[in-house]
Design a protein around this ligand. Structure first.
Ligand SMILES: Nc1ncnc2c1ncn2[C@@H]1O[C@H](COP(=O)(O)OP(=O)(O)OP(=O)(O)O)[C@@H](O)[C@H]1O
Ligand SMILES: [Mg+2]
Length: 377
């Protein structure tokens, strides 16, 4: 067995457009997916996720570069000769056939002996918790259950790799969240490599061992959910995953552990953790997530300057929204800039004084280690 279940090496896919031009749907993508991994490809609409998946499946061929499955270059190997199977968003079940027949169909096409088909279909239905539903028609099942038939239909073929293109897209939010946890548990149980395409960042964080964040045909970052959220390597990734505050700046000093950045919108220096190779003079974005900002009441004289090195700003509360676990606060820091801060409500109290309200004056502390200095990306 090769080290990797799936590899893309410098893959390019160019499509001709009806207007007579060309579009690089996938633009020099290189990535390696390990055996047994839950690997997600995440990015906005049109970034090349489905095209990447279709090339792994063999429905499209790369214009340049190569796809390897378990170490073997795929070239123009057709889909049915690859040890992968695909679950699409529109799962297209045969409505006139029973659940059992839907799952058995692929095996019958391959002329697998009847006894073995029965045994494998029963196993697959058990995996997706549809035992005892074999005789029903798809219409007699809920949306989530129908999705599970599609999954069973793929699993019954015992692929080494399962490719899933937004498989939960058709489900409502609650069911979607349930299925996310179920799918993840199922993947760990059967040990099959999952390549999972989604544009839903929360879904990718919840389910994946690693995530590739894509934009405009390129992979910007590959990492674990923690790496992607805590150490995004550019502004795009920080913006796409979760919420964050940005301040525009220019790098002033790079010779210490922390970078010093001059803000562009008002004269102020902020220190933070640099990501990537940043040069003095380069324009950057400072990114700090709402839950990582610290607030204190501003009890000092308004006019006393804070030292730059302390990463302190002054502000005025514009609005607050109590959402139970935390309170979301929007703070005006002047110069037409506002920051969003989430304060965890770790003390249970009815005292209104314990919560910030509009017009409160606050000191905003941007802890160095939580303040990221990012290139545009
Ligand atoms: N067969 C095709 N012919 C021409 N252009 C295509 C074709 N398939 C995809 N594209 C273009 O390639 C780009 C990437 O498309 P792709 O379907 O891979 O995006 P995606 O990331 O899956 O988006 P979504 O989240 O909307 O499904 C888009 O600009 C799309 O219009
Ligand atoms: Mg797609």
């Amino acid at each position: 067995m090769d080290e990797f279940a799936v590899e893309m090496r410098d893959v390019v896919k160019i499509f001709p457009t009806p207007e007579g031009g060309e579009v690089a749907a996938v633009n020099h993508v290189t990535l390696q997916i390990k055996h047994g991994e839950f690997f997600s490809m995440l990015g906005p609409s049109g970034c090349g996720k489905t095209t990447s998946l279709r090339m792994m499946a063999g429905f499209e061929w790369p214009t340049e570069g190569e796809i390897y499955i378990d170490g073997t270059a795929m070239g123009r190997t057709p889909p049915y000769l690859r040890t992968v199977n695909t679950v699409f968003q529109s799962y297209a079940l045969f409505q006139h056939m029973s659940v059992f027949q839907n799952v058995a169909f692929g095996l019958e096409m391959e002329h697998v002996p009847k006894k073995e088909i029965e045994h494998r279909v029963r196993d697959a239905l058990e995996m997706v918790k549809l035992s005892g539903m074999g005789r029903r028609k798809p219409k007699q099942l809920s949306g989530g259950q129908q999705q599970r038939i599609a999954l069973a239909r793929a699993l019954v073929k015992r692929p080494a790799v399962l490719l899933l293109d937004e498989p939960l897209g058709a489900l409502d939010l609650k069911l979607r969240k349930e299925m996310q946890l179920e799918l993840k548990a199922l993947q760990k149980e059967v040990g099959i490599t999952f390549v999972y395409v989604t544009h839903d960042q929360e879904e990718a964080l919840t389910m994946s061992d690693r995530i590739a964040v894509m934009s405009q045909g390129k992979v910007l970052q590959i990492g674990t959910p923690v790496e992607i959220y805590e150490r995004p390597n550019c502004r795009f990734v920080a913006d796409f995953i979760g919420e964050t505050n940005f301040l525009k700046g220019r790098v002033k000093k790079t010779d210490e552990d922390l970078l010093t950045v001059e803000l562009l919108d008002f004269p102020r220096e902020i220190k933070g953790v640099g990501q990537g190779n940043l040069a003095v003079g380069q324009e950057v974005s400072i990114s700090i997530r709402p839950e990582k900002v610290r607030l204190e009441d501003d009890i000092n004289d308004d006019t006393a300057p804070y030292k730059d090195s302390d990463n302190l700003l002054r502000g005025r509360v514009l609005t607050t929204a109590y959402v139970g676990s935390d309170t979301r606060i929007i703070i005006d820091i002047g110069h037409n800039i506002s920051l969003i801060v989430w304060e965890q409500n770790h003390i249970s109290t009815l005292d209104p004084q314990a919560y910030y309200t509009a017009e409160d004056k606050v000191v905003i502390h941007l802890p160095f280690e939580n303040t990221l200095v990012l290139p545009e990306g």
